[in-house]
Design a protein around this ligand. Structure first.
Ligand code: ATP
Length: 456
């Protein structure tokens, strides 16, 4: 994980927020390559959820919603984590995470185990960020930053049903920021207080809920695998009955085997996404609190019912981190070691780099022409800084699948060298055929060249 954090900083993917003021603790900003990568993750999610289906529509609801939303959803009363304080050092911990955390004073021990520790009884701590809407600070103006995007979908159920002309089974998908005042944020962008979620609520006839639950588990697992996550780094973990949320009758988490922060330790399975059968909990609760009927009337059968909901809820930042971690590789080549991000081409921030071999002799002019032709069709970067070897290494590190080099021969025969990131294969391609050739490679199924996962 340290290597990923260092690469992210070095190449400007992700860095601590407000750094010139000393940072603000577990908040991060995404730089150029990080934004492109996370956008590609979100685009892949949209494509799978909305673009390639005709039973799911998109939504973008507000972050600040009516406070009653959170009363109805149960977040005001129950969106809490158990909090304990250390009376001696003042640090705060999640009581249910103590066994996984190091004591800040004695990092070799867990809080509670170190002799300096004196932990208070655990108490419930609400994770919602509270703020005030409007200039008057009275109780009526208290609002919350949404802790999940899902509730924006439920409160819009009636609107969508009316305007999207859909009937169950159908879904509503949303991507956006959520906020949780996590007691112990950490592990880079794995757990932060401000993050992006990719959530879809799928409304189904009650009798079909079990079958759709299984369908979405399989679909979501497939999504990670097709985008290059190693099968042995991914697992499905059904929740035990006693860990189910109040709204859920069944939940399965898709977990990723993250590397431990210090390499000799074994890795840790951690949640990337939860798929829950939420039953009719949400629509019924919002109906009761708002007085609006949130149900479906099936004209042909005359049947009226509250649809049940299957929810795949993923985190865009966690997924981005997992894709990076899984793609990270170091290898020894003849010319020395190289670090390479073997990202799926669909996720790679830059698809192709155009590199003039020399900064003279007509190379830059032709390279600029090639660049201008490619950048209208895919994310392309022009790079003339440093030796060709250094430029290849830089693009290996940010996961660019193809580098196109313009050399002397290009000027006379109109061909360029295309170097492939994973195989290091180099082939000459006619400039005229370059864009369609790269587009073909971008859309063809991608087989991961990653070796099977090592024990982590
Ligand atoms: P955890 O148990 O890790 O706190 P959760 O079960 O509370 O997660 P959900 O409410 O199911 O998470 O949210 C759906 C997804 O949103 C999670 O699987 C995760 O990918 C993402 N997510 C939730 N909390 C955070 C956070 N603090 N930082 C980054 N991503 C998050």
């Amino acid at each position: 994980m340290e290597k990923i954090v260092a690469l992210c900083k070095r190449r400007g993917f992700i860095f601590p927020s407000s750094e010139i003021y000393g940072g603000v603790g577990s908040t991060y900003d995404y730089g150029h390559y990080g934004v492109l990568l996370k956008n590609n993750v979100k685009a892949a999610w949209w494509r799978a959820m909305v673009g390639e289906r005709d039973d799911i529509v998109a939504l973008d609801s507000a972050i600040i919603q009516h406070p009653k939303t959170w009363e109805a959803s149960g977040h005001l009363a129950g969106f809490t984590d158990p909090l304990v304080d250390c009376r001696k050092c003042g640090h705060r911990f999640r009581a249910d995470h103590l066994a996984d955390l190091a004591c800040p004073e004695k990092p070799s021990k867990h809080p509670g185990e170190a002799e300096n520790c004196s932990l208070t009884e655990s108490r419930d701590f609400n994770l919602m960020f509270e703020t005030t809407a409007g200039p008057v600070k009275d109780s009526g103006a208290t609002v919350y930053l949404r802790p999940e995007t899902a509730q924006g979908i439920f409160v819009n159920f009636k609107n969508v049903l009316q305007f999207a002309r859909k009937k169950p089974p159908f879904g509503i998908a949303q991507v956006g920021k959520s906020f949780r005042n996590e007691i112990t944020p950490g592990n880079f962008v794995f757990r932060t207080r401000e993050f992006e979620q990719m959530e879809m609520e799928f409304f189904v006839p009650p009798a079909d809920a079990g079958q759709w639950f299984a369908h979405w588990i399989a679909e979501r697992e497939r999504w990670y695998l097709e985008l290059g996550i190693r099968a042995d780094h991914l697992r499905l973990r059904p929740h035990e009955p006693d860990e189910l949320s109040h709204y859920s009758s069944a939940t399965s988490d898709i977990e990723y085997l993250f590397p431990a922060s210090s390499s000799p330790e074994p890795g840790r399975w951690s949640e990337l996404e939860g798929i829950a059968n939420r039953g009719d909990f949400d629509l019924t609760a919002h109906s009761q609190h708002s007085g609006e009927k949130l149900e479906y009337f099936d004209q042909p059968t005359g049947e009226r019912y509250v649809p049940h909901v299957i929810e795949p809820a993923a985190g865009a930042d966690r997924a981005t981190l997992a894709f990076m971690v899984d793609a990270y590789d170091e290898e020894q080549l003849e010319g020395g070691p190289r670090t390479v991000l073997r990202l799926h081409p669909a996720l790679a921030p830059i698809k192709v780099a155009v590199l003039p071999l020399l900064r003279k002799d007509g190379h830059p002019e032709l390279a600029r022409e090639v660049y201008a032709g490619l950048r209208r069709r895919m994310q392309t970067e022009y790079d003339d800084g440093g030796s060709i070897g250094k430029r290849y290494r830089r693009h290996d590190e940010i996961g660019t699948p193809w580098c196109v080099t313009i050399d002397h021969a290009s000027l006379s025969d109109g061909t360029v060298t295309v170097r492939e990131r994973d195989s290091l294969d180099q082939r000459r391609v006619a400039i005229d055929a370059l864009a369609p050739e790269l587009e073909r490679r971008l859309t063809e199924p991608w087989r991961t060249p990653k070796p099977a996962g090592s024990a982590r």
